[in-house]
Design a binder for this molecule. Sequence first.
Ligand code: EPZ
Length: 451
Amino acid sequence: MRYLEIAGKKPLCGEVTIQGSKNAALPVLTACLLGDGPCVIENCPQIQDVEDTCALLRLLGCKTSRMGHTVSVDASGVEFSAIFCEEAERIRSSVLFLGALLGRMGEAALPYPGGCAIGSRPIDLHLEALKKLGVHFFESLDTGTLRKERAGETVPEIAAEAFTKDLQLCGAGIYANAPHLHGACIQFPQPSVGATENTILAAVLADGETLIENAALEPETEELCRFLNLRGADIQRERGGRIRIFGKKTLRPVRYRLDADRIVAGSYLLAGAACGGSVRFRNLPMEQLASLLAVLSRMGVTVTQDGSMQVQGDLLAAGDVVTAPYPGFPTDLQSPLLAALCLAQGESRICETVFENRFRTAEELRKMGASITVEGSCAKIQGRAMLQGADVCAPDLRGGAALVAAALAASGRSRIQGYDYIARGYEDICRDFQSLGAEIRLTDSGDKKVW
Ligand code: EPZ
């Protein structure tokens, strides 16, 4: 198993470029299914979740290729509508193939999605919305819902093999078809990024107009709409979380460049705040980070328009911070903030309102000497703890990034197990912090290297 080794207590100094957005790349790549021809996605991060998504696209008969940070997807050869495989079970965003396959093929079969264990993560909002668009769900595999392999036609080897395997392997999962996908009015009881994106993916090729109310406002959902409109879709975002979609017959292939990843940017800003020093982040998506910048300002941290960050004197406590759907404080930065506040002067409190089990990093931070008390959905942090390096384990993707920040700020050495979580969303966290002067290294448990 791969783990990180860090020798902390070094101020960070230098410049680093923020990678392309994971949570925009995943729905955009999935949306490549919605039409023939090669789509070219630039600034696409080299992370495991992107590789897994490309594997799912190939399983369906797409051709995918990567040149550095540019990924091409040609969905002309899409033959199948089932994605039963470990990649689909590993990532949360595989559930978006439901909307895309229903839009493209009129049917879909896939396992329940995976993703970080940060809560129960139901998909009821996805299913209820799709039913309104004319989708029928089946409890188990009914071969009538899956496109049978076309006798006599040559199909891509990988797809043919996987499809046959699927028919045997189709176990617990989501089976659906939509004889007539049509527009509808969908009112979400609460904002959901994935349910909004799944509805958009199914509605862009549906017959008629769809209105989504209480849609997610996250920038990544906005990027999906921009990408689809560039392909010829007609998606209009109105005030107050309303999205209006006029269904089209086909979409054209395009070239699209992803925005920078606001959560990676925020994770790195919080690590810089914890360590001190002088750091500049190239292509920081400032306009998407307003809620974090407001908290950092309370902590005595300034960030200028060119992405330069300065900690003015001691790091200060943040008072109360409550996570919320965008434009509120992002739940994905809750763990990195928890880590930074362990080094701040005074008491802070973070309340997590989006996911019900997202404070597991606190236990690991306590191993480093942090003083954190979790009561219900809130964590109280008594800052100024002089963190000591320790052996810790990443409980999930963003918790892993939080532990890196804490270890970089702590005195002594740390070992962080669970690097594979971090690699799902951070392209090369070692390279990035090494470029800021940190002593951080990736080691495989098979290696005998010692410091
Ligand atoms: C997306 O997850 C992101 N993942 C998450 O980032 C992010 O934390 C989350 O949005 C919130 O911003 C990707 O984009 C791949 P939701 P998603 O549906 O779509 C409940 C990361 O670290 N809910 O907005 O799964 C749900 O349980 C990951 O990059 C239902 O009840 O999040 C949660 O409490 C972690 N029923 C809330 O809504 C549903 O059908 C928000 O979830 C769907 C969601």
